[in-house]
Design a protein around this ligand. Structure first.
Ligand code: MOS
Length: 737
């Protein structure tokens, strides 16, 4: 039997996508479909006194205008159902007559054509009574003005770590460094804006064709809001044009289902790019104040930090994202004494939620910056200092528990340094080589280093699970294997990995495997394609199902079918007073070296080269992993250097890809060197860990360290756009004024 995993097989979705044949939700039409257009709030915080739909309804071709009164259970939300589907008077649920941000929906117009729907939506008139708004999360934190009735205060989450003896930690510190950091919003900028098509299927189920990250979760949100039995709602994903966390929450799903269920007709909608940028959630901006202490010989003694994250108007995944950020506040290091507070705060800004790394990039920007500052303060090599303090197997973290066995952070840091060609391993430890000098005196080169880890799975006590079904068809020999696996293919290559893992587990070539997925009517739930978990969770589910199906096959059952639910080891949430926890069942480890060139005249930072080492446990498909690394680096480069969402008083001022700049081929590094380590994790399928988010996390702090290495100035805000950099350079007397 030849191996099916560990090979860089072409993706099963490659041909259709490359040839332009693949259909995304916006490409699909049904005879007789209506078109839907959403009217969003005109105010950041206001009570809606009335919504007048009469003028819109009089437009020929308008079929129906939906308002709050039409939504059976007017609430939704991934963690808490804290947002009305449609805001306005007439709902049973109290508080749904208030808009709390510009992303709230106030009416939904359904018409015979797209043009009529767009025209009519402008004729919906809303009377508002303005309410006082808060846009600064620090101002919201202790404000008496309560912005959301579902929460006891504006603080929707507060995580506390009280670990060790913080006074003792400061007493033992010979060197103390302090910093204040502000990270920015980030727009997911997936290729395909939100779109969907709903209809009644042959069994009368309200069926929504859409792009998301978890078909069964979308289904749950739909049947809850429509007050239907679960089996009356169905969700199908055709191709998904990117997600990155941005499709974890609802966009068009519920209103499409509402329209079809009410009108008994197919309904379609497509958001423009502008609508996509304005109305789906963003990465959380987080303010971080940190203070780190160490002994003269480089052992960390204490960390104190406060993190304040802007949730925007609703929770989305804020409490989870900030929990993750909180966990990452001390980096991948042993910290004997820690005193940490993390707050997620509601404001009247655009909601924030999941985005690749899930809070880890923000925390790492501060933590790794503090490590690099400590290295300078101690006159130690940054790699050497990291290795002195790095978490190892059995070493307790600030949660009071060690990471699960297979803590490979030391190996990953060393391998990154070794393969970077920027460091030498000497008898006295790792030493960075001198920088290449530029011939242009205005161009300064520098190299920076950062490391991180990422939890695989949601964890913190969440009841994690994943289902797979394997069907083995044939008579004497296996002719065909069907795997039913719901897990979303969001562009990361998961479906190809599912097929490879099925082939491996059953012992057939990949050509014999057929995947049925992306449909709640055909599969059991597998959880979301997020938290770098899909390959890990589905691999274990597939292994379990394959083992049982093969037993049935040997017992002469034809076809031999088995369904298996994988449940990983239990985890626990933070203790509310101390932060003690067994937060996760698995981690992946990553380290990066970044080389930059800083133009001290203009403040422009050019990312020249990145070396990224990831311990993925087992590379199920090495080419896909390289793709993930390169993609994450470029996305993180945009985050770190370019992507500047301008928000004023809760309003996004640049909802265009012409003014919100993401990296193009002219910006990307000359080289991204992927270093893939395969040190198996105990629980992972074939040892695999998961890796989709990891390469994103350390890039911004590695760039900040490289900039310091080049010009001797710390940049403490994201994005590090030229105006920010040039201001800091001049403040420190660097470059012409
Ligand atoms: Mo993700 S940010 O875990 O979808």
């Amino acid at each position: 039997m030849s191996e099916s995993i560990g090979k860089g097989l072409f993706r099963i979705d490659a041909e259709g996508k490359v040839a332009g044949k693949t259909l995304y939700p916006g490409d699909i039409d049904i005879e007789g479909q209506l078109w839907l257009k959403m009217k969003f709030s005109d105010r950041v915080h206001a009570r809606i006194l009335s919504v007048d739909t009469r003028q819109a309804e009089e437009v020929p071709g308008v079929v129906r205008v939906f308002t709050a009164a039409d939504v059976p259970v007017n609430e939704y939300g991934l963690v808490y159902r804290d947002q009305p589907v449609i805001c306005g008077p007439g709902s049973e649920k109290p508080g749904t007559d208030v808009v709390r941000c510009l992303a709230d929906v106030v009416a939904v117009v359904v018409a015979e054509t797209q043009e009529i729907a767009a025209q009519a939506v402008k004729l919906v008139t809303v009377k508002y009574e303005d309410l006082p708004a808060i846009h600064d999360p620090e101002a919201a934190l202790n404000n008496q003005l309560q912005l959301h009735p579902d929460y006891l205060s504006n603080t929707i989450c507060h995580y506390k770590t009280r670990y060790g003896d913080i006074d003792d930690g400061w007493a033992k510190a010979d060197v103390v460094v302090e910093g204040e950091f502000q990270t920015g919003y980030q727009e997911h900028a997936y290729l395909q804006p939100e779109a969907g098509l709903s209809y009644l299927d042959e069994e009368g189920r309200v069926t929504v064709i859409v792009a998301g990250q978890w078909v069964h979760e979308d289904q749950d949100q739909i049947f809850h809001a429509l007050d239907l039995p679960a089996e009356q709602a169905r969700v199908i994903y055709p191709a998904v044009g990117g997600a990155f966390g941005g499709r974890e929450d609802m966009s068009v799903q519920i209103v499409l289902a509402l329209a079809t269920w009410t009108l008994k007709r197919p309904v379609k909608t497509i958001w423009s790019r502008e609508e996509s940028i304005l109305y789906h959630h963003k990465r959380h901006p987080i303010k971080i104040r940190a203070k780190w202490g160490a002994t003269r010989d480089g052992m960390i003694t204490a960390v104190e930090a406060t993190l304040i994250g802007d949730a925007g108007a609703y929770n989305y995944t804020t409490n989870k994202v900030l929990g993750n950020a909180h966990l990452m506040t001390c980096g991948p290091y042993y910290v004997p004494n820690a005193h940490l507070d993390t707050y997620g705060v509601v404001t009247n800004n655009i909601p924030c939620g999941a985005f690749r790394g899930f809070g880890a990039p923000q925390a790492a920007f501060a933590a790794e910056n503090m490590m690099n500052r400590l290295a300078h303060a101690l006159n130690m090599d940054p790699v050497e200092l990291r290795l002195k303090n790095v978490l190892r197997d059995g070493v307790e973290y600030i949660t009071g528990t060690p990471h699960p066995p297979g803590v490979t952070m030391p190996q990953v840091i060393e391998e990154c340094a070794r393969q970077s060609d920027y460091w030498d391993e000497t008898e006295t430890g790792w030493r960075k080589r001198p920088n290449i000098l530029s011939t242009d005196p205005n161009m300064k080169r520098g190299v920076g280093f950062a490391a991180a880890y990422k939890n695989i799975g949601y964890s913190f006590g969440f009841p994690e699970q994943c289902w797979a079904t394997i069907e083995i068809h044939g008579k004497a020999d296996i002719e065909r294997v069907v795997v039913r696996a719901a897990g979303a293919e969001v562009g990361q290559g998961s479906h190809t990995a599912f097929v490879q893992m099925t082939a491996q587990a059953v012992g057939v070539p990949v050509e014999k495997v057929e995947l049925i997925g992306h449909d709640t009517a055909e599969t059991n739930t597998s959880g979301s394609a997020s938290a770098s978990r899909m390959t890990y969770m589905m691999g274990n589910a597939i292994r379990g199902a394959a083992e049982q199906a093969l037993q049935h096959w040997n017992d002469e059952e034809r076809p031999a079918i088995a369904t298996y639910q994988y449940r990983p080891p239990r985890t626990s949430p933070f203790d509310p007073q101390t932060g003690e926890a067994m937060p996760n069942f698995a981690y992946g480890y990553v380290a990066e070296a970044a080389e930059v060139e800083v133009d001290i005249e203009t403040g422009l930072i050019r990312l020249v080269r990145v070396v990224c080492a990831d311990d993925v446990g087992k590379a199920i498909n090495p080419i896909n992993i390289e793709g993930q690394i390169e993609g994450a680096i470029v996305q993180a480069q945009g985050y770190a250097l370019l992507e500047n969402l301008v928000v004023k008083d809760g309003q996004i001022l640049n909802p265009f890809l012409s003014t919100y700049l993401i990296p193009t081929v002219f910006d990307i590094p000359t080289e991204v060197k992927s270093v893939i380590l395969e040190i198996p994790s105990a629980e992972g399928p074939w040892g695999a860990r998961g890796m989709a988010e990891m390469p994103f996390i350390p890039l911004a702090p590695a760039i900040a360290a490289a900039v310091y290495d080049a010009v001797g100035v710390w940049i403490t805000q994201i994005p590090m756009t030229p105006d920010v950099v040039v201001r800091e350079l001049r403040k420190h007397g660097v470059g012409a004024s």
